[in-house]
Design a protein around this ligand. Structure first.
Ligand code: NAD
Ligand code: IPM
Ligand code: MN
Length: 363
């Protein structure tokens, strides 16, 4: 039987709370499937590690991670460490080193949940954001100039490469081909006159390879209105690193919030490990209380199973999540319930083991 080695980085705040439930569900899914084993190594790389060692991960951290089949992350960020330090020493180097150039963020209304958008139902809310994840606005080229003088300034240069745009565009186009055949590209070619016209031009040049896919370009400001007013027109949304970051929290909001928004940082060629983590952060405002919603983390774990070549167990986990949501009893506070993080994890495991048609109430 095949064993997949997974590096678990629980991180900070609610990260460890939600990841614990995710691992519990993944273990149950693997036992049920009986076709593969999962071996988890827990890596304590977070802001407490930083306070002890002056860095977020060991000097050979990337080399250690390289040996794994997958990385499962909670979230990092603690008020004691500046956010740009925690992020630039852990998450961003992992995304870049392992060429996880697709950040795949489904925005799908699960059975049992209601959208905050009036009159929008599950059939209206099923799109996926493909966020470029290795370059763009998240570049480390820049710095402070003339510090301490009246002309002090900060500069950060965006970087868009043909190679980087082409690979993520091809991914989005081929994903659309397997879905409903539409790509909505987020641009801002009116305001950002060097980078964004180039982004559009390179995407247009890839589009000819996918004549069956319909591609529309929207300025990101206008596109954000479609997320709220006409989400049913969206299928695949292709966005730069920063625009994709912002749009994915909006996408989460329209399908129930950050508690139910999963993500995969994917290296599609599988040359390097991919990393799965919820869209949300470490939520210091609710950390330590046992009330965080673990569904985003559990669903991200299902995306990892799919990436590892196990689509059926992955679908079973999503179905189990939907069973719990649809039964409506074990909901965390963000969804309007009173259940704890652990109670939701346990309920998903039970739903895996005792599948009922989604929507059916227990007797
Ligand atoms: P956040 O996502 O942590 O929290 C935003 C709001 O959503 C908070 O009110 C929080 O309580 C709520 N929330 C988030 N996840 C939830 C869950 N699972 N269940 C219930 N409620 C949930 O965003 P933020 O406040 O901007 O950032 C907090 C910290 O997290 C910062 O240090 C930031 O840098 C970091 N961060 C890390 C990641 C990551 O590790 N991938 C992602 C985003 C933010
Ligand atoms: C996310 C987060 C990160 C990002 C932060 C923590 C750098 O917001 O994963 O969406 O912007 O990518
Ligand atoms: Mn974000």
């Amino acid at each position: 039987m095949r064993t997949h080695r997974i590096a678990v980085i629980p991180g900070d705040g609610i990260g460890p709370e939600v990841v614990r439930e995710g691992v519990k569900v993944l273990e149950a899914a693997a036992v049920r499937a009986g076709m593969f084993r999962l071996e988890f190594d827990w890596l304590p790389w977070n802001c407490s590690y930083y306070r002890r060692h002056g860095r977020m991960m060991p000097a050979d951290g990337i080399e250690q991670l390289r040996t794994y089949d997958g990385i499962y992350l909670g979230a990092v960020g603690d008020p004691s460490v500046p956010d740009h330090v925690s992020v630039w020493q852990l998450i961003l180097p992992i995304r870049k080193a392992f060429q996880q150039y697709v950040n795949l963020r489904p925005a799908k209304l699960l059975a049992g949940l209601e959208s905050p958008l009036r009159h929008k139902e599950a059939r209206d809310l099923d799109f996926v954001i493909v966020r470029e994840n290795t370059e763009g606005e998240y570049s480390d080229i820049g710095g402070r100039l003339h510090p301490g003088t009246p002309v002090e300034m900060a500069v950060q240069t965006s970087v868009f490469t043909r190679y980087g745009i082409e690979r993520v565009a091809r991914y989005a186009l081929s994903l659309a081909r397997r879905r409903r055949g539409h790509v909505a590209v987020a641009t801002k070619s009116n305001g950002l006159a060097h980078t964004m016209p180039y982004w559009d031009e390179v995407i247009r040049s890839c589009r000819v390879e996918f004549p069956d896919v319909d591609v529309s370009f929207y300025h990101v400001d206008a596109l954000s209105t479609l997320f709220v007013l006409r989400p049913e027109t969206l299928d695949v949304v292709l966005a730069t690193n920063l625009f994709g970051d912002i749009l994915s929290d909006l996408g989460a909001a329209v399908v129930g919030g950050l508690g139910v928004a999963p993500a995969g940082n994917i290296n599609p060629e599988k040359r390097f490990p991919s990393m799965f983590e919820p869209v949300h952060g470490s939520a210091p405002d609710i950390a330590g209380k046992g009330i965080a919603n673990p569904i985003a983390a559990i669903w991200s774990g299902a995306m990892m199973l799919e990436h590892l070549g196990h689509p059926e167990p992955a679908a079973e986990v999503v179905r189990a999540i939907e069973q719990v949501l649809a039964e409506g009893r074990v909901w965390t506070r963000d969804l309007g319930g009173t259940a704890s993080t652990e109670e939701v994890g346990d309920a998903v495991v039970r739903a895996l083991e005792h599948p009922r048609p989604v929507g059916a109430r227990p007797r």
